[in-house]
Design a protein around this ligand. Structure first.
Ligand code: IPD
Ligand code: CA
Ligand code: CA
Length: 262
């Protein structure tokens, strides 16, 4: 299997479907918005994007199945499965805020072997494949070299539906507010992870995420020499709904702040 070639094909597909998503920003009407859960929305744009991605990915690797956010296909692969978020940052999209993306990973059994995060408005394509490095468009990327928490800029996602750990989460925020340059909440976990991979952020943490939010971005970050774990330091961050991602140098200190409360 030529993973480099497949990754290039996936980038081209993400760019093509991303153009469709971008062209719909001004088209979506209030009545197009469906509520999936508390503060969780979807429109025909998410669903159409997913259908187009599923069609394109099936052409690229016919034997692969899918784990997709909007449930437009139930096909499961014996060995290979695509993990797809057709629009990561739907709330931003609905509010005409520019940060939203397409996130696609390929899993070989339970290991990710390629990842693509396409940031739709900046037209930045972040990608990596097993055995290769990590890239942003034509340029190889690496995590930051920040070694002191005091010099770091970190990203997170605020809880919006699962408030079971809200007080503890706020304690973590309080400790990072005092000990870092700042905290950002951009609204697309895939972009947050890609930004740690290219050194814009030094670290990221969030709870309540799904495999399609993190599989691609976390893999790209690992290929860019970053570290990703669960809150307890384990490798199980794809399905465990909690993630700490960093440039590596800061991992232990970030984990210790997170673990103290969460
Ligand atoms: C959301 C974004 C957001 C994160 C949420 C996700 P969606 O994905 O990644 O940054 O905070 O937890 O659900 O719903 O826009 O695909
Ligand atoms: Ca998402
Ligand atoms: Ca989504």
């Amino acid at each position: 299997m030529n993973l480099k070639l497949i990754t290039q094909q996936v980038c081209d597909l993400a760019k093509e479907v991303g153009s469709f998503v971008r062209s719909e920003v001004d088209m979506v009407r209030r009545e197009d918005i469906e509520t999936k859960g508390l503060h969780d929305y979807v429109t025909y744009v998410d669903k159409t994007s997913e259908k187009r991605l599923v069609k394109g990915l099936t052409k690229i690797l016919p034997e692969a199945g899918f784990i997709v956010e909007e449930g437009t296909t139930k096909i499961k692969g014996q060995r290979y499965n695509w993990v797809v978020d057709p629009l990561d940052g739907t709330t931003n999209f609905l509010h005409h805020l520019p940060v939203f993306s397409i996130s696609i990973a390929l899993m070989d059994n339970n290991k990710v072997i390629l990842g693509v995060v396409f940031e739709i408005n900046t037209r930045e394509c972040f990608f990596a494949w097993k055995g290769g490095k990590a890239y942003l468009n034509d340029t190889q990327i690496e995590v930051s070299s920040t070694k002191s928490l005091n010099d770091s800029l970190i990203a997170t996602g605020f809880p919006y539906a699962d408030f079971s750990s809200l007080d503890n989460y706020l304690e973590v925020l309080r400790s990072f507010m005092k000990s870092t340059r700042g905290i950002r909440r951009f609204g697309s976990a895939a972009v947050d992870l890609a930004y740690v991979a290219c050194g814009r952020f030094d670290a990221f943490f969030e709870y309540g995420l799904h495999p399609w939010d993190v599989a691609a971005g976390a893999f790209i970050l690992q290929q860019a020499n970053g570290i990703v774990t669960g809150f307890n330091g384990s490798n199980n961050f794809i399905s465990n709904k909690e993630i700490v991602a960093s440039n590596g140098y800061l991992h232990n200190i970030i984990l210790s702040h997170v673990k103290k409360y969460l």
